[in-house]
Design a protein around this ligand. Structure first.
Ligand code: HEC
Ligand code: HEC
Length: 336
């Protein structure tokens, strides 16, 4: 009895705070505020964030704006953005880094702040966190980089700093990385993926993969998976293993959870192969050359030259194990 009483008081406080926060941000013209503050999961082994603890000061304002930007990226800085026109499409960071980067096993960003500056093989140099954020602005969002001192970059950086400082993360904490999948001995098949897509994905993302716009045309209800308004081939989502790792715990949106996946590893790989098959689907053109050192390429990166005897076809669709074994045999830990 006593417990449920306390719980009701707790709920009232949370609801009160959410309302307070929405009205504050509305008065600043930031009406798209997020009322769905992430609940703290009972399972403390999985990474959890309590957004009601964001401080009520200037730094807190920057953190909140950063979180808003991740949830409503297109509204603020999309092609018709109210605070700047930086993105080339109307996708939002949260389409991939779900719940503004806090959802476990969904390209989680809770500790991203701690990973930078860091060497990154794709660019062949040490990147700052701001440069890494701009990579996602330029690749999946087809945009132009945010200036380092603009309110938006300061907001996203502040939010990621706060996430990293406030999360109680230990070595045992789960959900910071995507789930690992089993790599079969056969190549992923876009033909099999097309059938799965029609059955399990088209009802939201559409038979033409173009997703569905919201009625106000500001952003998507269901984001596009290919076409000229989707992420470009230089994005990591274009790699089949990388996407499959994300799909198993996150899609279909209304059916999959990390502890109860809907797709098997093989199905997720087939779907990723279909979505990312450039012979079937169009994507924005990229001219820049990535991975300046070919021996550092991720196994599932599909563009040569390669420093191993495997074809572009096999790098893209697998089977991946022989490639991984080749590199392990040379003392190099393979990356996906
Ligand atoms: C289409 C999906 C997609 C969208 C949209 C997207 N990202 Fe990413 N992002 C990724 C993937 C995939 C990775 C991981 C790449 C890897 O593992 O090498 C990533 C990595 C990152 C990282 C590095 C994390 C780390 O710990 O190294 C940051 C920071 C980041 N994204 C921020 C953003 C921000 C901010 C936005 C919105 C402006 C955004 N992303 C939009 C797919 C996306
Ligand atoms: C019930 C609707 C629904 C279904 C069914 C569904 N999705 Fe999604 N999907 C979404 C939503 C909504 C998002 C954006 C998530 C967010 O913003 O939190 C998304 C995001 C994605 C993304 C990342 C963003 C992008 O556009 O690149 C991929 C990839 C994806 N879905 C693939 C799939 C695949 C593959 C299937 C079938 C197995 C599937 N989805 C089924 C609703 C759905």
């Amino acid at each position: 009895m006593k417990k449920s009483y306390l719980y009701i008081i707790y709920l009232l406080i949370v609801v009160g705070m959410v309302q307070l926060y929405s009205s504050c941000s509305e008065s600043k013209g930031e009406g798209k505020s997020d009322a769905q503050s992430t609940e703290v999961k009972a399972d403390s082994a999985v990474v959890a964030v309590d957004t009601t603890k964001i401080p009520h000061d200037k730094f807190g304002d920057a953190i909140k704006y950063g979180r808003e930007l991740m949830l409503h990226t297109a509204y603020y800085i999309g092609p018709n953005g109210v605070n700047g026109k930086y993105l080339g499409n109307k996708m939002n960071c949260t389409n991939c880094h779900q719940d503004a980067g806090t959802k476990p096993y969904s390209l989680n960003l809770v500790t991203a702040f701690r990973h930078y500056p860091s060497y990154r093989a794709r660019e062949g140099k040490v990147l700052s966190l701001a440069e890494r954020i701009n990579n996602c602005i330029m690749h999946p969002h087809l945009g132009r980089p945010l200036p380092l001192d603009c309110r938006e970059m300061i907001g996203i950086m502040s939010y990621l700093k706060w996430l990293s400082d406030s999360a109680n993360v230990t070595k045992a904490t789960k959900g910071l990385k995507n789930v690992e999948i089993e790599l079969p001995d056969t190549a992923a098949s876009s033909t099999a993926g097309a059938v799965l897509y029609a059955n399990d994905c088209a009802r939201c993302h559409g038979t033409s993969g173009q997703g569905e716009m919201r009625l106000d045309n500001s952003t998507y209800k269901y984001p596009p998976l290919w076409g000229m308004k989707a992420y470009q081939p230089g994005s990591s989502m274009h790699r089949i293993v990388k996407m499959a790792q994300w799909l198993v715990s996150n899609m279909p949106y209304d059916k999959a959870t990390h502890d109860k996946p809907f797709l098997t590893s093989a199905q997720a790989l087939d779907l990723a192969a279909f979505i990312n098959d450039d012979k079937i689907h169009q994507r924005p053109f990229v001219k820049e050359y990535q991975y300046p050192n070919p021996e550092e390429k991720a196994i599932d990166y599909d563009r040569g030259p390669f420093k191993d005897p495997f074809t572009e076809q096999q790098h893209k669709y697998g089977p991946y194990k022989p490639i991984a074994d080749y590199w392990k045999g040379r003392g190099v830990e393979p990356t996906y």
